[in-house]
Design a protein around this ligand. Structure first.
Ligand code: SAH
Ligand code: F3S
Length: 443
């Protein structure tokens, strides 16, 4: 008997971990309806572009990709193309006018409806599903986690902070917290399935509160860390002002909470932080870092920085460089300020010329590269546990992540390690962005 050929899907993902998880959710729905992923976009019957709109460049990328895929429709008239993610929410219906070959637009809060929308769609119909319907909160049962080695779990969606530069509150809506019980059920299920690492997700993950209840993120961390089988627990992204002493305390209490924290500071200048509407000072950030390191001496910190924000003087930039030097971040994600539609920062005077912003970005990246190399060199000789996530070039090398989130490559000798397992690796060489090691000889 010859089985009918299954339809194929292709999803491209930009942006943050929430988008990665949304891609897993969309893949899950498509697979449940009998479709299979394809490795080459030319073979796809449906193409989904899961976009990011946090900076203008990311928005441009998705539209130029849409332009590229237009020609596939000539060969495959049944091909469906959907724009998903934050750009979908941001531009809505206008995307259909701009791109005659686009079949539907699906905002981040409508991801759970993908298969229903496709089922109901009439031939030739063009659909716009955006906005934030109340009844669609956390409808996240169908997730394909194929090929992933950490179980990502949404705990809070949206953001209410309204940092003056940021479009996220508009594209992902206002804050919604998921009940503790639901989170624990999903975590237990993932552990049972074999995941060793759990990552809790939210735009401001540490602002989680039990809906209508008393518990906060410290309680959530405590409860998830106690789930038997959770070997590694991470969470992203924390907002500095929302980090309480009780949350810091969880690092002391639970060794399975990874010694790694992403803590976006954005700038080292109080004046800039004020203009960004961040609601904390550098002094309070420093004190938080001190408290965290007192709780966990080996804690690796990473951060996000914006350079060239309106009004940023050489002095302000210098304060950022000083902070970077002083804290010693294990990694830094630095960006040039990009004006976004609908944000308050559009009205700020004293825009910074692009070449000056580029110059500052380069300086910062160079400084960070030096710091990072130094920090990574300190790890040479150490034996570290690595969660094996894949194969690197050349193919005899395997790759993985330490608990402190460094990328490690190591030869698959004497044996290749199963993907998703934790392997001990002795670090032999440090690069600024990765480590090289070997499996320890058996004693
Ligand atoms: N809380 C979110 C932040 C989303 S945006 C999270 O989960 O990561 C991610 C980072 O992009 C921000 O921390 C900020 O450094 C950067 N960013 C946001 N808006 C930006 C803009 N308009 N220009 C440049 N960088 C921006
Ligand atoms: Fe954006 Fe600030 Fe929220 S950076 S995601 S508005 S915390």
């Amino acid at each position: 008997m010859k089985l009918p050929k299954a339809k194929r899907f292709w999803i491209e993902t930009w942006g943050c971990q929430m988008n990665e998880l949304d891609t897993q959710r969309m893949a899950g729905q498509l697979m449940q309806s009998g479709m299979l992923p394809t490795r080459s976009v030319e073979d796809a019957d449906i193409i989904l572009l899961n976009s990011c709109s946090v900076r203008e460049k990311a928005e441009h990328k998705v539209f130029s990709q849409l332009g590229r895929y237009r020609r596939f429709k000539a060969d495959n008239p049944g091909l469906l193309i959907g724009l998903c993610g934050c750009v979908a929410q941001q531009v809505g219906e206008s995307a259909l006018d701009r791109n005659p070959d686009l079949d539907f637009v699906l905002g981040p809060a409508r991801v759970g409806e993908l298969s229903r929308i496709l089922d109901r769609r009439q031939p030739g119909e063009r659909i716009v599903a955006t906005g934030f319907p109340e009844e669609r909160l956390f409808d996240i049962d169908t997730i394909s986690r194929a090929g992933t080695y950490k179980g990502m779990v949404t705990v809070i969606e949206g953001c209410d902070k309204n940092c003056t530069f940021c479009i996220v509150p508009m594209t992902r809506g206002s804050e919604r917290c998921r009940p503790l019980e639901d989170i624990l059920i999903e975590v237990e299920h993932l552990v049972e399935y074999g995941f060793l690492e759990i990552e809790l997700l939210g735009q401001t993950v540490n602002h989680w509160r039990e809906p209508g209840g008393q518990w906060d993120f410290a309680d959530l961390l405590d409860r998830v860390a106690r789930v038997p089988g959770v070997e590694r627990l991470r969470f992203v992204t924390s907002y500095p002002r929302d980090f309480t002493p009780r949350m810091v305390e969880q690092f002391r209490r639970h060794p399975n909470i990874c010694p790694y924290l992403h803590l976006p500071v954005q700038s080292g200048s109080d004046r800039m932080l004020k203009r960004m509407g961040r609601g904390y000072t550098i002094d309070s950030f420093r004190r938080l870092v001190e408290a965290l390191r007192a709780a966990r001496a080996d804690l690796a910190l990473s951060t996000d920085l914006i350079v060239g924000f309106p009004g940023e003087t050489d002095g302000d930039f210098q304060e950022t460089a000083t902070l970077v030097e002083e804290v010693g971040f294990a990694s830094v994600y630095a960006f040039k300020y990009s004006p976004r539609p609908g944000t308050a920062a559009l009205n700020l005077p004293d825009a910074i010329p692009d070449d000056l912003a580029s110059e500052r970005l380069q300086k910062l990246l160079q400084l960070q590269e030096r710091i990072q190399r130094g920090l990574n060199e300190q790890l040479v000789g150490a034996e570290m546990d690595v969660l094996v996530t894949g194969w690197a070039e050349p193919p005899q090398l395997q790759s993985g992540r330490t608990a402190c989130h460094r990328i490690v490559h190591f030869p698959a000798e004497p044996d290749a390690r199963p993907l998703g397992s934790i392997a001990p690796v002795v670090i032999e060489k440090a690069n600024p962005h990765s480590l090289l090691g070997r499996q320890p000889t058996i004693r």
